[in-house]
Design a protein around this ligand. Structure first.
Ligand code: AHR
Length: 513
């Protein structure tokens, strides 16, 4: 009953506001930084079919591949301009022993992937396969080291193996395994979720372990590590407090994880069967990441007012029930237009905090949680609505962030959350072009947005739009283009800017100039 009443309330309050306009004013004069491309990072864990089947099929597979990597996936990722990929976990990282994943594949030992369905891991995708994959995609690697069940020595040797150019034992072992020159590895995570699957530690204990482990992660040659301490889960501000107090000077970055999830026990809800009310709740929960970021930053500012230590949101995204009929523990979920909104709203927030937020990695890249890409073993691939948002938003990578004022009505949704109907962000790229991304979360009503912009007369404006008939629409192997990007015509120039007519439930990116 409550659900029904809330839906009615949301619907009627929206109808009342249907004619209300949204007003955006850009402040290029206040532009003082670029949006680091690393905000658009990915996460690829040994989990379900993310790596095996999704990225890696091996050289002998009938599925078209380049050196064992699926060609279709590789090309789709190149198109996205993926800046950085976090690997091998997640929870898997704290059970991963890197030496099992080097040398001739037929000699590599197997292990049980205890976190993710008890699947047998054959280690055929290891350090070489991952780092060569990053080179092919054009992404920086972000390695997660094992603190939970690994040793200091093991971690230290992994860094030496990957990055030493000298006549050192690990560099020579790498050469024996076919790679002469070291890879460039900048980002190195010292443990993952050490408060949970990474060892169930207390923050005081982990802070000391972090200090110890990171000491032996050396810089070889001109490789400079950016060391990341395992951070808090969403609302655990004490973890950040203790880590910053005790270990800040030994870290370059501190992570935090935030999932748009209904809870950790019981059903998380279906990815594709949900009501409008569920949709608005999801928007509210996704937007709450802003408050979480602010609180962690507030604590970091106390210990590091110079903002030397970066905040890395190295796991984020939606978490729904696994698709019926799929392997339990493999976290395979579909991805609807709703997920696309979680991505666009989240990026709009991330852009605001890049004076501290230095990276973000969506969970996960292929076939797991809020994936960019879904694949099957017939060699088919689907690009999800989330993929399309990443593609539309890639224009903001490394562009100058343009602060804005946005006046738009808010709606109240379940759990006392207020959701602005229109969300937006803007940036200016190196050619001088301005890109503005706009999301209208009203499921039923269009919105007129007025954007103040000087000197529009001689400028060209183009737009693209992502929308679909239903919020639950998603792409399948049978119908891969149900939700897709098309060109957008709802723009008119005025004397002092633009008027944009955003259809209901739509995401738009404009290019001006
Ligand atoms: O992304 C799935 C899992 O979620 C990761 O392995 C873990 O770090 C988090 O709890």
């Amino acid at each position: 009953m409550r659900k029904y009443l809330t839906s009615l309330f949301v619907f009627f309050s929206f109808s009342l506001f249907a004619q209300q306009k949204t007003q955006i004013t850009l402040h290029p004069d206040k532009a003082d930084r670029a949006i680091p491309k690393e905000i658009y990072g990915q996460f690829a864990e040994h989990l379900g079919t993310c790596i095996y089947g999704g990225i890696w099929v091996g050289e002998d597979s009938p599925i078209p591949n380049k050196n064992g990597y699926r060609t279709d996936v590789l090309n789709a990722l190149k198109e996205l301009k993926v800046p950085v990929i976090r690997w091998p976990g997640g929870c898997f990282a704290d059970e991963y022993h890197w030496m099992d994943g080097i040398g001739p594949r037929e000699n590599r030992p197997t292990m049980v992937n205890t976190n993710w369905g008890g699947t047998i891991e054959d280690n055929s995708f290891g350090t070489h396969e991952f780092l060569n994959f990053c080179e092919l995609v054009g992404a920086e690697p972000y390695i997660s080291g094992n603190v939970g069940s690994g040793t200091v020595e093991e971690m230290a040797k992994w860094v030496e193996y990957m990055t030493s150019d000298g006549n050192s034992p690990m560099a020579n072992l790498r050469r024996e395994n076919g790679r002469d020159k070291p890879w460039k590895v900048k980002y190195f995570g010292v443990g993952n979720e050490s408060w949970g699957c990474g060892g169930n530690m207390r923050p005081e204990f982990y802070a000391d372990l972090y200090r110890q482990y990171q000491t032996y992660c050396r810089n070889y040659g001109d490789n400079r590590l950016y060391k990341v301490a395992s951070g808090a889960s969403d609302y655990d501000y004490n973890w950040t407090e203790v880590l910053m107090k005790n270990a800040a000077r030994h870290m370059h970055g501190l992570s935090v994880h935030y999932y748009t999830v209904k809870g950790w026990s019981g059903s998380k809800g279906s990815a594709t069967h949900f009501t409008e009310d569920d949709f608005y709740w999801t928007m509210g929960k996704a937007l709450e990441i802003e408050h979480v970021i602010q609180k962690h930053i507030e604590i970091m500012d106390k210990y590091d007012p110079q903002k030397r230590v970066g905040l890395l949101m190295d796991e984020w995204g939606t978490w729904w029930d696994e698709e019926p009929g799929t392997v339990r523990g493999h976290l395979y979920q579909q991805n609807a237009l709703r997920d696309a909104f979680v991505a666009s709203l989240t990026f709009d927030i991330f852009h605001k905090y890049t004076d501290r937020l230095s990276m973000a990695n969506i969970a996960q890249m292929v076939n797991v949680l809020q994936a960019m890409i879904l694949t099957n073993d017939k060699g088919e691939m689907v690009l999800t609505p989330t993929y399309h948002v990443f593609n539309m938003y890639k224009v903001h990578q490394d562009a100058t962030y343009l602060p804005m004022n946005i006046q738009t009505e808010k709606m109240d949704v379940r759990d006392d959350r207020a959701v602005p109907v229109v969300s937006a962000t803007a940036s200016k790229d190196k050619t001088g072009a301005i890109h503005i991304s706009l999301s209208n979360v009203d499921a039923r009503g269009s919105r007129e947005v007025t954007i103040e912009l000087p000197d529009m007369k001689n400028k060209s404006v183009k737009g693209e739009i992502l929308t679909s008939a239903n919020l639950t629409d998603h792409n399948t192997f049978e119908n891969p283009n149900k939700v897709q990007v098309t060109s957008f015509n709802g723009i008119s120039k005025t004397n002092n800017g633009l008027v944009v007519k955003l259809p209901a439930k739509s995401i738009v990116t404009l290019k001006i100039g």
